[in-house]
Design a protein around this ligand. Structure first.
Ligand code: UDP
Length: 358
């Protein structure tokens, strides 16, 4: 138990991905959680620590800057100072996913010559202007051990010249967290609270930079889908980025807005929805596992397995395509299918490998 692992995280999807991993690794190793502060508020951060059994972070940065790049530079400065004092204690760093905090931790660990692993390595959208793609590329090429959620992600890394010996196909820790909380979702009272009915609503989330910059486009889209889904409610769960972009909340008959929700509430809404529309990567994975149709509001995905074996359909903002799918869905229901190694045991596989490497 002398070895100490430091897990670096910073934003909502990170917390969900580290929950299962932390709870497995802690059986064998001493672990510290370092919170880089990208998401600060209770509803985007603390509630996940509380609900998902993640201990209070060893340190949590408090950030003042507002834009992605200025916050990134603020996180770099703070983490650099922290690592100067702390680096001798760290046997291995772990970074997760593709948020700005992932990029920051990767760059700082590399500068301080601390070995680290990247969880969810190798996803590629092939759009280098997508901030998450840039973050992933940096994390993958600087990390020492790369854990992938799919075989395709492993192939991407090999094609980019990364040594096969350091790449491990282990499955998906976000799906582990979903498995370990299956009993908690049914307890949520969110449907009653929002006054919506089982199977009678569409769950909508939008937060990617490319989709939240043009508010006119967003507005037109919302108006059009409210007509397509005239016989359902549309529950738009707002991400802070949409609120910050001063999106003018339209009052439309069948549209309901909600603040960001806690994990149990949100997953129970996925389960009870008619279908989900989202530009979130993580949500397209969860819907695949839960057998719920997900219409992805992007022109591509870095998670092609969710399309091939799962339930994901790329629709971008094409409302004709959405209308067609909706009319077909009223007739046929979808079948759930399994994505390889998305079985709730990925964190155990990662722990086994890490124990051999440190
Ligand atoms: N999520 C949540 N509450 C919400 C919206 C999403 O708990 O109000 C969860 C969701 O179930 C998934 C994760 O947050 O596990 C996805 O995060 P996000 O969409 O912000 O990021 P992405 O997956 O696109 O990186």
């Amino acid at each position: 138990m002398n070895k100490k692992i430091y897990i670096f995280c910073g934003a909502r999807p990170n917390f969900i991905k580290i929950s299962s991993l932390y709870n497995v690794l802690k059986k064998y190793l001493k672990i510290e959680i370092i919170h880089l502060g990208q998401h600060q508020d209770f509803i985007m951060s603390d509630i996940f620590f509380k609900n998902l059994n993640i201990p209070k972070p060893y340190i949590k940065f408090s950030l003042k800057k507002k834009t992605s790049l200025t916050r990134t530079s603020e996180m770099i400065e703070k983490l650099d100072n922290f690592l100067k004092k702390e680096k001798k204690k760290i046997s291995l760093g772990i970074v997760v996913g593709d948020v700005d905090a992932t990029f920051v931790a990767s760059v700082c660990l590399n500068r301080h010559k601390i070995k680290f692993a990247h969880i969810e390595a190798g996803l590629r959208s092939k759009n280098k202007y997508m901030p998450e793609e840039a973050n992933r590329i940096v994390a993958d090429h600087l990390s020492d051990f790369l854990f992938t959620t799919t075989l395709n992600a492993k192939k991407n890394l090999i094609n980019e010249g990364i040594n096969k010996k350091n790449i491990f196909f282990v499955g998906n820790t976000m799906i582990d967290t979903l498995y370990s909380n299956l009993n908690n979702f049914s307890k949520s009272k969110i449907l009653n609270n929002l006054k919506i009915k089982d199977n009678k609503f569409i769950l909508l989330t939008i937060h990617r930079k490319e989709n939240t910059e043009d508010l006119l486009k967003l507005d037109n889209f919302i108006k059009k889908i409210s007509k397509i889904f005239y016989d359902k409610k549309i529950l738009f769960v707002l991400h802070p980025r949409v609120l910050k972009s001063r999106y003018n909340l339209k009052i439309i008959n069948n549209l309901i807005y909600s603040k960001p929700l806690n994990y149990f509430e949100f997953i129970s809404l996925i389960k009870k929805s008619f279908l989900v529309m989202t530009d979130s990567g993580g949500v397209s994975e969860e819907t695949s596992m839960l057998g719920k149709i997900c219409l992805t509001l992007r022109d591509r995905t870095e998670r092609p397995e969710t399309v091939k074996y799962g339930t994901n359909i790329i629709v971008n903002f094409n409302t004709n395509k959405i209308a067609k799918i909706y009319s077909q869905m009223k007739k046929n229901r979808v079948k759930k299918s399994k994505i390889k190694l998305w079985d709730g045991k990925s964190s155990k596989r990662i722990a086994k490998i890490i124990m051999k490497k440190i």
